[in-house]
Design a protein around this ligand. Structure first.
Ligand code: HEM
Length: 383
């Protein structure tokens, strides 16, 4: 499908084969879309914003911090935080579980980045980041980008907040310089001469920006789906991890935190009868792709069993399920996020039955698409 645009061709690929072929086989002929270039003003050359050799080298240098052993090592710390949150909850109260999820994922990502509790700095980081991202969103919506030296009056607060944001990260980085934790990303980078101080800040800030709200949004939608299904809660309570995982997968199918993302074509290539040329844009919409009957039977219905591994049952076709994108530039934090979602879900249902009081009215764009204004749930005793 081609979308109308005055000056370039924008292709929207919803079919799994076109998605898989472009993102996996032709990744070297694509770069990230224009909105990511705007993000460079905040994140510098972090993993999300770089391309080519710079990206490739940094991705392989940082990958060890996200391997299964790294996630396993962090598990007890994550569980401790989640238990501490659960201890604050009381039977009978109504909670906005989306807001609570923001607090949980904020604390978890902070501790994951620095391997120490950095909660006292997190609210300041969030405020500064929210302002910077807000400015970028306004710029992204303008018909032409502002020149780099646009009038200071618009930029003054942006510059101040960005300095605060990067300053706090740099301070925490210095404070944790001597850390001997094997999977401490900060310590790993400190030992590698390839990373300048500025680039370390870029990478840490990138992980924070990419990993905090996305996971909270995913949890928020999951609470809505789970809280309106008492039978599902019963089933999850007595089940093993594979069921928890399937609930998370199905929830991300219906409500992927990043419902769209884009690429720009940098070198010509062919997909069936479509000749893609430099300057073309490609849009991907996991939200729509996940809800095509061709990919998932009765697609609007919640059914976690789609993702239960059963012998003889084929997994979803490559390209039909992409909450974490696909190919070389797929999310580096996917398994970390899924671990966190499963732990939170399992811990919550062990202690409470959930009853949906107020569902969200709509999805609101923050960094990701979040349930707005929240997900109000009543906590009931388990039977
Ligand atoms: C449920 C939670 C999450 C979702 C749905 C999600 C989704 C995504 C998606 C769709 C992309 C690809 C975007 C694109 O190519 O345009 C991505 C990239 C990325 N994500 Fe995540 N993410 C989540 C959590 C995390 C976490 C926890 C971290 C880090 C701790 C993280 C770090 C990153 C990074 C660094 C990239 C860029 C990878 C690269 O280009 O090499 N994400 N994520």
């Amino acid at each position: 499908m081609i979308l109308p645009h005055p000056s370039r061709r924008i292709w929207l690929f919803l079919d799994h084969e076109a998605i898989a072929t472009t993102l996996v086989q032709h990744n070297d002929k694509l770069k990230k879309s224009f909105d990511y270039q705007l993000l460079t003003d905040i994140l510098g050359d972090g993993l999300i914003t770089t391309e080519g050799a710079v990206w490739e080298e940094d991705r392989s240098r940082l990958q060890p911090a996200f391997k299964p052993a790294a996630n396993a090592a962090f598990l007890p710390i994550m569980q401790k935080r989640i238990d501490a949150y659960m201890d604050t909850l009381k039977v009978g109260e109504e909670r906005d579980l989306y807001q609570d999820s923001l607090a949980i994922t904020l604390g978890v990502i902070g501790e994951r980045m620095f391997y120490r509790n950095v909660d006292e700095h997190m609210q300041r980081i969030v405020t500064a980041l929210a302002h910077c991202l807000g400015s970028i969103t306004v710029r992204g919506a303008l018909p032409v980008d502002l020149p780099k030296r646009y009038p200071k009056i618009f930029a003054r607060r942006f510059v101040r907040e960005l300095a605060t944001l990067r300053g706090i990260i740099a301070e925490l980085m210095d404070e944790r310089r001597g850390s001997t934790e094997p999977f401490d990303m900060n310590a790993m980078m400190q030992k590698d001469p390839a990373f300048s101080r500025e680039r370390m800040v870029n990478h840490l800030l990138t992980m924070f920006s990419a990993g905090y709200e996305t996971t909270a949004s995913a949890l928020g939608w999951m609470w809505m789906l789970v809280a309106e299904r008492p039978a599902l809660q019963e089933l999850v309570r007595g089940a093993d991890d594979s069921v928890l995982r399937a609930v998370c997968d199905e929830s991300l199918r219906l409500y992927p935190s990043l419902p769209t993302f884009g690429r720009e074509v940098t070198a010509p290539f062919q997909i069936d009868d479509i000749a893609l040329v430099p300057g073309d844009s490609i849009g991907y919409c996991p939200y729509a792709t996940h809800r095509l009957e061709a990919h998932f039977h009765d697609p609007d219905r919640f059914d976690h069993t789609r993702f239960l591994r059963v012998e003889g049952k084929p997994p979803p076709k490559k390209g039909s399920y992409l909450p974490f994108a696909l190919g070389q530039r797929a999310c580096i934090g996917a398994s970390f996020a899924l671990t966190e979602m499963q732990l939170v879900l399992g811990s919550m249902l062990k202690r409470f039955r959930l009853e949906l009081v107020d569902p969200p009215e709509r999805a609101a764009l923050r960094v990701s698409y979040a349930p707005h204004p929240g997900v109000i749930v009543k906590l009931l005793p388990t039977a």
